[in-house]
Design a protein around this ligand. Sequence first.
Ligand code: SAH
Length: 345
Amino acid sequence: MSTKKDIRALTKEQLRDFFVANGDKAFRGNQVYEWLWQKSAHSFDVMTNLSKETREMLVHNFVINHIKVDVMQRSSDGTIKNAVRLHDDLVVESVLIPTSTRTTACVSSQVGCSLDCRFCATARLKRMRNLNPDEIYDQVVAIDNESRLYFDRPLSNIVFMGMGEPLMNYNNVLKAIDKITSPEGLGMSPKRIIVSTSGVPKMIKKMADDNVKFKLAVSLHSAVDEIRTSIMPFNATFSLTDLREALQYWYEKTKSRITYEYVVWKGINDTQKDADALVAFCRFAPSKVNLIEYNPIDDGTFQQAAQKAISMYTETLERNNIVVTVRRSRGKDIDAACGQLANKS
Ligand code: SAH
C-alpha cells in the first residue's frame, strides 16, 4: 500500500492551495478537481490539459485510490451486483436495480456493519472500516456507467441500503452525497437519494439540523420495544421513544416524509397488535410504509409471514390512511437482495 496521500481526500480549496504553494496557479487545482470528480479520472496520465511536469509532480505526491469492480453478476430479473474491491483489498457490494422507468443504485457505506440485526447477512461480517467519500462516489459512478451500457440510460436514483449503517459513517456519506449532487460531480437531485438507517436518533437530529435535502428511510420492523430489541439488539440503547422523538424533530425541520421499511415475520411481528403498534408509530410524523419481502439468510429462525398477515398489515394501514407499498425482492438469485450482501463471491 502506498504512503502517498489520496488526492481525492483534498477539497477543491486545498487542491488550489497546493498548487499555489508549489509555485503554480490556483486554477490548476480546479482543473485537477474536475478530472478527479466530474471525469472520474483514475490516473494522472489522462489529465491532458496539464503539463508533463505537473503530472509527474502529482504522481510524486499523490495517489488516486479508486475502486475496482472485481466481479459483476447479473440476475435473471436484470439486477446487477458488483463486488467492489477497495485500494486496501477489502470488498463491498453494490447493486443496480432496473425497472421499466428507473435505474436505482443500492450502495454500501461501510465494510461490514457494526450493528447486529439478527436477520441481516451483512451483520455477520465484522465492521472493518468506514468507506471514504470517494469510495461511495465511485460505486455510484460504476453503476451509472453500467446503466448507460446495459440499459441505455443514466442512473436515476440512489439508495443507501447496501452494506453498513450510513449514519455511523455520517460525515463521509454526506461528503459523498455532496459530490453526487454537485454540478462538479454527477449533478443528481438529492430528492432522488434515500438514506436508510436502522434508526440512530442522535444522527437523525443532526441530519435535520444540517438541513439535508435527501430522503430518509428507517428500518423499523417493529414498533414494539421488546420485539424490536429482540431482532435489532441495539434498540436497547436507541429505544423507540428516542427514535420517535428524533423523527418528529426531523419532520418539523425538513417537512420531508419518512419511509418505514418493515418485514413481517412469522411468529415475530405478524399479529394485529403489531400492525396497530405500527399505525400508532406512523401517527407521530407523516410517513409511509414499505413492506419488504424477507430474504432468507439462515437456518430458518426468521421466516416470511403468511400472505394473510401481509394483507392484515396493508388493510390496517390503509384503513388508517397510511400509504403502504408491498415490495418484491430483486436479485435474489445472485444474493443481491436486501440483507443478503455478505461478500459470498
Ligand atoms: N443499515 C441500514 C441500511 C442497510 S439494510 C438500515 O438498516 O436501514 C437495507 C434494508 O434491508 C433495511 O431495511 C434492512 O432492515 C433490510 N434487511 C436486512 N436484512 C434483510 C433480509 N434478510 N431480508 C429483507 N430485508 C432485509
